[in-house]
Design a protein around this ligand. Structure first.
Ligand code: NAD
Length: 496
C-alpha cells in the first residue's frame, strides 16, 4: 500500500514522522492508502520552504503571477474529471457532485485571476498643498490553511488561489480523511509554472495543526471545520498574534410558508438535505413548516425519497456513502434518539438497498417528523442524510426558532410573498440567505461565511473579504520638495 506524502518545495516530502492514518474508500469500506501525519518539525520544514519562496513570489510582477493563475485555471478546468475521481474515491460523493465542487472552486480561481485589479490601492492628489496620499496592498507572508473532509478540493480553493495571487506563500493542512486532492492540485499548480515553495501541503492531525497555529513565521490562519475546533483555532492563533478566519459548523433551516410552491419546496428539500449525503455545511437539515403545509409537504418529500438511489458514486447513483464507519454509526444513532424523543421516523435510511459493496459506509436518506426542538436531533449538527421536520404555527414562530440557533451559516425561505421574504432577509440572524433557493452559496465574487458560531473572526472566505484578509494596506503621504518649503512646526500635521 502506498503512502500519501506531503508536498514541500515543489516535490513529494516524506518527513520524519512514522505516524500515519488510514484513508478509506467509503464505498468499499476498505483502506486504500495511509496518509503521513506531520510532526512539528515537518511543519517547520514546510513553513521554511514557504518563507524562502516569499520574497521572489511577492516581488514578482502582477502580470507574472496572473499568468500562472490563468494557466492553473485552464489546467484545472481541462482536467477536472481527474480530481473528481479522487474526490469520489476518498470522500464518496457521486461524480456529478464532485464535478460541481470543482466548478465552484474554479469560480474562485477565476476571481483570483483578477487580483491586479482587485488589490489596487487609492490615490488622492493634493490633500494639502503639494501633498499626495495613496494606498497600496501587500502580501502578508506565509499563510496557513486548514481544511475539512467534506470539500477536499473546493474549500482549499476558497483560499489558496487568492492568497497566492496576492503574493503570499502557503502551507495547506487538508483533512487527513481525504488528503489526495490537495496533493493533486499542488502538482497541477507546479505544472502551471508556480515556483517551488509557494504552495506546500502537509498532512496531519492536531500536532500539525498546533504547529501551524504556533509557528512564528506563519502570518495568518484560514480554517474551515466543526465549531468546537474553529473556536479553538480562533482563540489559539489569535493569542499567537495571527490574523484568523475560522469558519465553523452549521444547522441550516428552510422556512416554508403556506403560500409556497410545495413541488419546488419538496425538490429543494431533497437536493439540499441529501446531496453529498448531507455532509455539506450548507445542507438543509431542518425544514420548518408553517402549518397547515406539513402533512402535504411530508408526503411530497417522502414520495421523492422512495426514488433516490444510494451507492458507489461512480455508478450514477444520487447519493454516496458517509466518510467513515464511525461517522455513519454516529449519524444512524440520531434515528434512535429521534424515536426516544418522540419524533416520527417517516423514512428510515438504515435498511437501504445499496448499489455497491456491503461493507461501504452506507446510510440512506432519512426523514423525521415532529422533531422536538430540545432533542439532540435538533440541537446537534448531525452532518448526514437526516432531514428533520419541525412544525410551527406562524412565520414569527419560525423566524424566532431560526434566530434561537447558536449557528448562523445558511438558511432559506420558500414563499411567493415578497413582503415576507424581505422581512425574513432583514431580520434573520444568518450570514447566507436563500429566497426560494435552497443552498445559497454565494458566487466567487461575493464572500462566503456565516454568523454566530458558524464563523469566528471578521473576514469571510473568498470574494472581497479575502482581498482584505490576505493583504495588508499601507497609506503613503508624499511631498516632493519645492523651494517654498520650510520652517519648523511641532503641532499635529494639518492640511492647507
Ligand atoms: P473537523 O473540525 O473535524 O476538522 C477540520 C480540520 O481540523 C481538519 O483538517 C482536521 O485535521 C483538523 N482537526 C480536527 N481535530 C482537531 C483538533 N482537535 N485540533 C486541531 N485540529 C483538528 O471537521 P470535519 O469533520 O473535517 O468537517 C466537517 C465540519 O466542517 C462540519 O462541522 C461542517 O459544518 C464544517 N464545515 C464548515 C464550512 C463552513 O464554511 N462554515 C464548510 C465546510 C465544512
Amino acid at each position: 500500500m502506498t503512502n500519501v506524502d506531503h508536498w514541500v518545495n515543489g516535490a513529494a516530502f516524506t518527513g520524519e514522522s512514522s505516524r500515519t492514518s488510514p484513508v478509506y474508500n467509503p464505498a468499499l469500506g476498505t483502506v486504500s492508502r495511509d496518509v503521513r501525519l506531520a510532526t512539528t518539525g515537518d511543519v517547520d520544514t514546510a513553513v521554511q520552504a514557504a518563507k524562502v519562496a516569499f520574497p521572489d513570489w511577492s516581488g514578482a510582477s502582477w502580470s507574472r503571477r496572473q499568468g500562472v493563475l490563468f494557466t492553473f485555471r485552464e489546467l484545472l478546468n481541462a482536467r477536472k474529471e481527474e480530481v473528481a475521481a479522487i474526490l469520489t474515491s476518498e470522500h464518496g460523493k457521486v461524480t456529478s457532485d464532485a464535478l460541481g465542487e470543482v466548478a465552484r472552486g474554479l469560480e474562485v480561481v477565476e476571481f483570483a485571476c483578477a487580483m491586479p485589479h482587485l488589490a489596487k490601492g487609492e490615490y488622492s492628489e493634493n490633500v494639502s498643498t503639494g501633498v499626495d496620499v495613496y494606498s497600496t496592498r501587500q502580501a502578508l507572508g506565509v499563510v496557513g490553511i486548514i481544511s475539512p473532509f467534506n470539500f477536499p478540493a473546493m474549500v482549499p480553493l476558497w483560499f489558496f488561489p487568492i492568497a497566492i495571487a496576492a503574493g503570499n506563500t502557503v502551507v495547506l493542512k487538508p483533512s487527513e480523511k481525504d488528503p489526495s486532492a490537495a496533493i493533486w492540485m499542488a502538482e497541477l499548480f507546479k505544472e502551471a509554472g508556480l515556483p517551488d515553495g509557494v504552495f506546500n501541503v502537509v498532512h496531519g492531525d492536531k500536532e500539525a495543526v498546533d504547529a501551524l497555529l504556533q509557528h512564528p513565521d506563519v502570518a495568518s490562519i484560514s480554517f474551515v471545520g466543526s465549531t468546537p475546533i474553529a473556536k479553538y483555532i480562533y482563540e489559539t492563533a489569535s493569542a499567537a498574534g495571527k490574523r484568523v478566519q475560522a469558519l465553523g459548523g452549521a444547522k441550516n433551516h428552510m422556512l416554508v410558508l403556506p403560500d409556497a410552491d410545495l413541488e419546488l419546496v419538496a425538490d429543494s428539500a431533497i437536493n439540499a438535505g441529501f446531496g453529498s449525503a448531507g455532509e455539506r455545511c450548507m445542507a438543509i437539515s431542518v425544514v420548518v413548516a408553517v402549518e397547515p403545509v406539513a402533512d402535504d409537504l411530508i408526503e411530497k418529500i417522502a414520495s421523492r425519497m422512495a426514488n433516490l438511489t444510494v451507492g458507489d458514486g461512480t455508478r450514477g447513483c444520487d447519493m454516496g456513502p458517509l466518510i467513515t464507519r464511525e461517522h455513519r454509526d454516529r449519524v444512524a444513532g440520531y434515528i434512535d434518539v429521534a424515536t426516544a424523543d418522540g419524533a416520527t421516523v417517516v423514512v428510515d435510511g438504515r435498511g437501504i438497498a445499496v448499489n455497491g459493496e456491503a461493507d461501504g459506509f452506507w446510510l440512506g436518506p432519512t426523514l423525521l417528523d415532529k422533531v422536538a426542538t430540545d432533542s439532540k436531533v435538533y440541537t446537534d449538527e448531525i452532518f448526514g442524510p437526516v432531514l428533520s421536520i419541525v412544525r410551527v404555527a406562524s412565520f414569527d414562530e419560525g423566524l424566532a426558532l431560526i434566530n434561537g440557533s447558536p449557528y448562523g451559516n445558511g438558511t432559506a425561505i420558500f414563499t411567493n410573498d415578497g413582503g415576507a421574504a424581505r422581512r425574513f432577509q432583514r431580520e434573520v440572524q444568518v450570514g447566507m440567505i436563500g429566497i426560494n433557493v435552497p443552498i445559497p452559496v454565494p458566487v466567487g465574487y461575493y464572500s462566503f461565511g456565516g454568523w454566530k458560531d458558524s464563523l469566528f473572526g471578521d473576514a469571510k472566505a473568498y470574494g472581497p473579504d479575502a482581498i482584505h484578509f490576505f493583504t495588508r494596506q499601507k497609506a503613503i503621504t508624499s511631498r516632493w520638495l519645492d523651494p517654498s518649503h520650510g520652517g519648523i512646526n511641532l503641532g499635529f500635521p494639518q492640511h492647507d
